[in-house]
Write a protein that binds this ligand. Structure first.
Ligand code: NAD
Ligand code: DAU
Length: 360
């Protein structure tokens, strides 16, 4: 069996659903259920004897040691984190607490457990650290994409905290021999993403005819990776990746933010036209830029493609259409996560921004 952390979040829940349907090996999911963790994401697993949920903190060493001793997992797949860049700008300390200290405590518990294993189990054990391309910093428009050798140049408190945790993972491999793997992936999208992130936020606002906030000129570029492709890549790395190595994962879908927002608007125009016939794109509103905003991320995936034979299967046009359809069909899910706390965040983050003109 395997131990997954943060399995009630966006990527963790996709990973668990795909894992149990395509691999079928039992899983323990350790999740603190912060604002971003939603057990409803995994409602379909209720009663499944292969799935075991524990609410708790990765930084609770006693709890983690007990889970490892009791369940004897062959791997830890570590998703749990504070994941939103804008929140890291407003409140960086929580990012150090969870992403740096929490990861270090989890690593340390995994190391103690790994030392207790017999030779065969120890050789098979893996600690898979799910990180981000943001640790590499920002690229010029014409610069080559990030390879695994790109220098770490994190620019936000979020990416600094992920970079620090990556360094601890690296150190546990080099110093203690713990068989670690680190992945640096690009922006994920797909079902069940919390509507603080660009794509679900834009869909949610559009359906309420609210402004679609585009930071600055909207020409920042991200490489969009469908979450199911990401989870397939993680499985390949877990099974066949080389301990101590890092692997970049991208979607081969570089797009500017403005073009992403327009793609969402066009999908909505076709699937749920506005009363009165105005296009959703009329709601696009340029707002104050994110401080320290990285201009471009891009992934060179030749290592994972060459070594492990993985490549993305979902191209952006197909993936964004499926994603918009998922949100339209799951408005109850959206209502359940856009509670009072969500509204407070949105009011604080976007306060003072221009409202949509009357004619929009
Ligand atoms: P998310 O914010 O949707 O989910 C995070 C999950 O971790 C939630 O279920 C939350 O309850 C849980 N959690 C938070 N603190 C915890 C703690 N102390 N102990 C246990 N559980 C805790 O995040 P996501 O978008 O699913 O991202 C998952 C991982 O992938 C993160 O490590 C993130 O840095 C990384 N990542 C995300 C993206 C992306 O585009 N979303 C891209 C690259 C890397
Ligand atoms: O690159 C991987 C990273 O992708 C992950 O490590 C992070 O966990 C994940 O949140 C994501 O970070 P971004 O900052 O790129 O994602 P976000 O959805 O917040 O923003 C995507 C782009 O859209 C970014 O350039 C900022 C912009 N944006 C975002 C919001 C929320 C807007 O223009 N308006 C907005 O309201």
């Amino acid at each position: 069996m395997i131990l997954v952390t943060g399995g009630c979040g966006f990527i963790g829940s996709s990973f668990l659903l795909q894992w149990l349907s395509e691999v079928g090996e039992p899983v323990v999911n350790l999740d603190l259920l912060t604002y971003a963790g939603n057990p409803a994401n995994l409602a379909s697993l209720q009663g499944d004897p292969r799935y075991h949920f524990v609410q708790g903190d990765i930084a609770d060493s006693t709890l983690v040691a007990g889970l490892l001793a009791r369940h004897q997992p062959r791997a830890v797949v570590h998703f749990a984190a504070e994941s939103h860049v804008d929140r890291s700008i407003s409140a960086p300390l929580a990012f150090a607490q969870t992403n740096v200290l929490g990861t270090l405590k989890l690593l340390d518990a995994a190391f103690a457990y790994w030392k207790s294993l017999d030779r065969e189990s120890a050789a098979r054990f893996r600690f898979l650290n799910v990180s981000t391309d943001e640790v590499f910093g920002s690229l010029q428009a014409d610069a080559p994409a990030f390879t695994e050798c790109h220098r770490y140049e994190p620019n936000s408190p979020y990416s600094a905290s992920k970079a620090a945790s990556d360094h601890f993972v690296r150190a546990y491999f080099h110093t203690y021999g713990l068989p670690t793997l680190t992945t640096n992936c690009s922006n994920n999208y797909g079902p069940r993403q919390f509507p603080e992130k660009l794509i679900p936020l834009v869909i949610h606002n559009a359906l309420q005819c609210k402004p679609l906030p585009v930071y600055g000129d909207g020409m920042q570029v991200r490489d969009w990776l469908h979450v199911d492709d990401h989870c397939r890549a993680l499985r390949a790395i877990l099974e066949r990746g080389r301990p101590g190595e890092t692997y970049n994962i991208g979607g081969r879908s570089e797009r500017s933010n403005l073009s992403v927002v327009h793609a969402i608007c066009e999908a909505l125009d076709a699937l749920r036209p506005r009363a009165g016939g105005r296009p959703y794109a009329a709601l696009v509103t340029h707002v104050k830029d994110r401080p320290g905003h990285d201009r471009r991320y891009a992934i060179d995936d030749s290592k994972i493609a060459g070594e492990l034979g993985w490549q993305p299967q979902v191209m952006f046009e197909e993936g964004i259409d499926q994603t918009v359809r998922w949100y339209l069909a799951h408005q109850d899910w959206v209502s359940s996560v856009t509670s009072g706390a969500y509204r407070q965040w949105v009011e604080k983050q976007y306060s003072g921004e221009s409202t949509v003109p009357a004619e929009a």
